[in-house]
Design a protein around this ligand. Structure first.
Ligand SMILES: Nc1ncnc2c1ncn2[C@@H]1O[C@H](COP(=O)(O)OP(=O)(O)OP(=O)(O)O)[C@@H](O)[C@H]1O
Ligand SMILES: [Mg+2]
Length: 913
């Protein structure tokens, strides 16, 4: 049922009406009427929310229709607002008639919406949907309870099929038995990962039994009731004959007695399955802040258990390794099976694939094993293998949806805006590493994330949402940035992804097609993802845009695996007028021109033309005044952009092409909301434009310019761009244009918040240690041509974690990293330093260095002796160096002692490789 979409959509529409009430004044009557209708709808949806597992087709149809109405109403209002803005600019006479027409059109459209709302409400009443809802509600709670009970945990179940739990149990026992001040140990992770199982092992561990003298195990669950929990604990701690007295106690009596008991005795309390911080808040007043008692809790949400006065440790169980999964599976499905009618070895590959799909989730492996205990023949096993997706999700088959139910509980527990965020992940293919920058901007473009405060950026707001999903174990972190600790990429666990797809389908949230689909039946959905999977590496996929005819679609995403280019065959974007998000990453256009009709997509917030082959953009692009995100990252071609970007005043992200045509001139001074501006070119825009972009966090400037006077960056830039965190200055290589001279020291010293700096330009002198902003964490120097060793300055920058010197950034022959230098450095890279012969590392330099990379420094004689003192060094990569250099470093070589402690040493492209 479309619950998440409807509840969220209604709220969003409501807020739109309130926010824009000023601009809707001219059509106030209709706007108020719509507001009243919405109020009625809201109250109905509230009722319907309780029945989200309803099987009633009538309820489903009604809610689905409400979702459609909400989308349509939003389109109508937003179109009206956009057109009104335009009319404001037109000449007087024509304007009056246009305005009258626009108002009439709006009125009649809103009347249409009102009629649909009345009809849907009538339907509910005449079909007696309310009664149906009430009835289903009862059944539902019953069903939920059954699932709850099925999953309910008891402390005393023995488990013979457990694999690989010992290290985790030992660690947990350690936290509990040591006198370390820790009072709460919280086991957190996704449903089915084995939290309860671990807690149970710990609860019965002999060291734990010796350490404590009272034990209680309480199953809390989603419906946490304070009294029940406290009563349960007290009953376990007190003798049996107190039972009746405890049952009769009041809440405050329970709290007092429990508090005293825990204070004076050493008790271990297990709270299994605590869902929310709110539940934890309810239970914790009975626990004294200082005592010999401890709490072990399990939760899917990492925020649970944290308390300012109680010391808490979070423990995250790991997924099973492939070998462990196999072992669990073997114990359940293979051992003591004399009924199997085939050689198991013949199906090894199928089993491996099925296990891969379980992604190391114990619950999934066990369920799969359990399912196969009932299958005897090879063909039965193959059938399970062929349908592994639905078998795991439990849509069909005999495991009656166990896994999907378990994970779905986590989904249902999300607030509606997070449900939306989560459903958005259904657009991406399996195993896809999702780039958070892209994802965040999709969310913003669809209005799921609103950036309202002046100070916060898209990333600030959206990141909180993603972190919340991670804490709730719904999303896995792919990569975090070393410098900022921000999540750069994320992905879904296979099993969670099945739930995501299942829910997206149930909510009619989006549809996925592949390039080969002949006719896309996409008319019924608001979001379309086209997965361009390339079977033949050499032949790019061709996609006919006209296959998609959907005037209501809000998002159209083309997603390629491994970023292969593909051919988009289109003359026009007509028929897609409601789009908010259009991602054309990698599209190759036959005539290398973007069709003029792009200008029809007036609702567009997100447009990516990244890595397309376009060289001319039409001036109709300027119609896209609502764009928040525009990616024009195009390489290997000179792109002409008409001077229309200045109209996109809402832009927060703008990436310009690598090279612009000579006649391109862009006035960008009005884009004051920009947070990210990449490839700003001094040759094609005025440097003065930058000073008004006070919200910038990321700025890349191409400093090459025809006119030296124009190209000079004002030293005061830092004073205007107070929030800038990332700055890159670069020049075009091999180009004829003159290169601006830059006083790097004076310039960078102005940027107080800068943490990442890349200078890919010639500079006479490196900024000194006082000129570098104090937060600088990552520094990359390239083509600077410095004659003095930069290390004496850089090693004094106490925040530096990453340093890279490339392309003769340093032109001298000797580099020295001295004692006590680089206290935080994590990564160091030298690439193409043609004159470098000697590199010295003194003892106690770079104590935290983890990664070293040397590429193409052909004169460098050897790696420094001093590397052997750096005990934490994990990885050394050596590329494009002479054979002699490599031979010294491999086992038996004279320099081997320098890196023998390093766990990962890689040589590539060395000598005659
Ligand atoms: N290391 C393991 N080896 C084998 N089976 C395991 C292992 N860990 C967990 N299991 C099994 O996986 C299933 C799920 O485990 P458990 O109930 O502990 O998960 P959970 O994290 O508590 O889930 P929920 O969040 O739903 O409460 C159980 O059947 C359990 O026996
Ligand atoms: Mg559990």
């Amino acid at each position: 049922m479309a619950d998440a979409v409807v509840a969220f959509g209604l709220q969003k529409l409501w807020e739109l009406l309130i926010r824009e009430s000023n601009r809707l004044k001219a059509v106030q009557e209709q706007a108020t009427e719509l507001q009243n209708d919405l109020r009625r709808l809201k109250s109905f949806v509230k009722d319907a929310e309780a029945t989200n597992k309803s099987k009633s087709e009538r309820v489903k149809t009604c809610v689905q229709e409400i979702a459609e109405i909400v989308y349509d109403a939003e389109d109508i209002i937003e179109s009206f607002l956009v057109n009104q803005e335009r009319l404001g600019i037109k000449k007087h006479l024509k304007r009056v008639s246009c305005i009258t027409f626009a108002h009439q059109k709006f009125s009649s459209q809103i009347r249409g919406i009102s009629r649909r709302i009345s009809k849907v409400i009538d339907n509910m009443e005449t079909f007696g949907v309310r009664e149906i809802i009430d009835k289903v509600e009862e059944e539902d709670t019953l069903q939920e309870r059954v699932i709850g009970e099925m999953r309910q945990s008891f402390p005393s179940v023995s488990e013979s099929s457990l694999v690989g739990v010992e290290p985790s149990v030992e660690e947990l026992v350690g936290h509990l038995v040591e006198e370390n001040g820790v009072q709460v140990v919280s086991i957190c992770g996704m449903g089915g990962i084995g939290k309860t199982t671990l807690a149970r092992q710990v609860f019965h561990h002999e060291m734990v039994r010796r350490r404590f003298n009272g034990f209680a195990w309480v199953f809390v669950s989603q419906e946490c009731r304070q009294k029940h929990v406290w009563r349960g604990i007290l009953q376990s701690l007190k003798p049996k004959n107190d039972e009746q007295r405890i049952v009769e106690m009041t809440v405050s009596g329970l709290q007092d007695e429990l508090f005293k008991l825990l204070e004076t005795q050493r008790c271990l309390i297990v709270l299994d399955d605590v869902w929310s911080s709110a539940a934890w808040e309810l239970i914790k007043p009975a626990f004294p802040h200082r005592s010999g008692s401890k709490i072990l809790l399990t939760s899917r949400n990492e925020s649970v258990g944290l308390h300012p006065d109680l010391r808490c440790i979070i423990f995250r169980p790991r997924f099973l390794t492939h070998d462990d999964s196999w072992e669990v599976f073997r114990k359940i499905a293979l051992i003591e099976r004399n009924d199997i009618e085939f050689e198991v070895d013949d199906l090894t590959e199928e089993i491996q694939q099925m296990l891969k799909h379980c992604g190391g989730l114990p619950l999934a492996v066990k369920t799969l094993g359990g399912l196969l205990t009932t299958k005897r023949t090879a063909s039965e096993w193959r059938k399970v293998h062929n349908n592994i997706r639905s078998q795991i999700a439990g849509e069909i088959g005999e495991n009656s949806g166990l896994i999907i139910n378990v994970i779905t509980l986590s989904y249902e527990d999300l607030p509606s805006h997070l449900k939306h965020c989560f459903l958005y992940l259904a657009h991406f293919p399996e195993d896809h590493e999702i780039q958070t920058e892209t994802l965040f901007n999709y969310w913003v473009a669809e209005g799921i994330v609103m950036v309202s405060s002046e100070e916060s950026t898209i990333v600030d707001v959206a990141e909180d949402y993603l972190e919340e999903l991670v804490k709730r174990s719904m999303v896995l972190v792919g990569k975090r940035n070393i410098v900022t600790s921000r999540i750069e990429s994320c992905r879904l666990h296979d099993v969670v992804r099945e739930v995501c797809l299942f829910k997206a389908k149930e909510e009619s949230f989006m549809q996925v097609f592949n390039a080969q689909s002949s006719v896309l039946d996409a008319t019924s959905t608001r979001r379309v993802a086209v997965h361009l999977v390339d079977d033949d590496e050499n032949e790019p996929v061709i996609f006919q845009q006209r296959k998609i005819q959907n005037t209501k679609a809000r998002a159209l995403l083309y997603i390629t695996r491994d970023f292969h280019p593909w051919i988009l065959s289109t003359q026009s974007f007509r028929g897609l007028e409601s789009l908010r998000v259009l991602d054309l990453f990698g599209a190759q256009f036959r005539r290398r021109k973007l069709p003029k009709s792009i200008g029809k997509l007036i609702h567009l917030r997100y447009l990516s033309l990244k890595e397309t082959n376009l060289y001319v953009l039409p001036s109709s692009l300027g119609n896209l005044e609502l764009l928040v995100y525009l990616d024009l990252e195009i390489y290997e071609t000179m792109v002409h952009i008409p001077n229309v970007l200045k109209k996109m005043k809402k832009l927060r992200y703008l990436m310009l092409p690598d090279e612009l045509s000579d006649k391109t001139k862009l006035e960008l001074g009005g884009l004051v909301k920009l947070e990210t501006l990449k490839n700003f070119s001094l040759k094609h825009s005025s440097v003065k434009d930058l000073t008004s972009m006070t919200k910038l966090r990321t700025l890349w400037i191409c400093c090459a310019s025809d006119n030296l006077a124009e190209g000079v960056l004002p030293l005061s830039l830092g004073a205007s761009l107070k929030h800038l965190e990332e700055l890159m200055l670069y020049n075009k290589r091999n180009s004829q244009v003159q290169h601006a001279k830059i006083n790097a020291g004076a310039l960078v010293s102005g940027f107080q918040r800068l943490n990442q700096l890349r200078l890919d330009i010639k500079i006479d002198k490196l900024p000194n240690e006082l000129q570098f902003p104090s937060r600088i964490t990552s520094l990359s120097l390239s083509s600077c041509g410095l004659s003095e060793d930069p290390m004496p300055v850089l090693e004094k920058l106490h925040s530096l974690k990453i340093v890279s010197l490339e392309l003769n950034a340093f032109a001298g022959r000797k580099i020295v990293c001295s004692k006590a230098g680089f206290p935080k450095l994590h990564t160091l890279e030298f690439s193409i330093l043609d004159n470098l012969e000697e590199w010295i590392v003194e003892e106690e330099s770079m104590p935290y260095l983890c990664h070293v990379e040397i590429n193409d420094c052909r004169k460098l004689k050897s790696l420094p002796d001093g590397l052997r003192y750096i005990t934490g060094l994990e990885e050394v990569r050596v590329g494009w160096m002479e054979n002699a250099f490599k031979d010294k470093l491999i086992q038996g070589g004279e320099d081997y002692f320098k890196i023998q402690h390093v766990s990962y040493v890689v040589f590539h492209n060395c000598g005659d490789e």
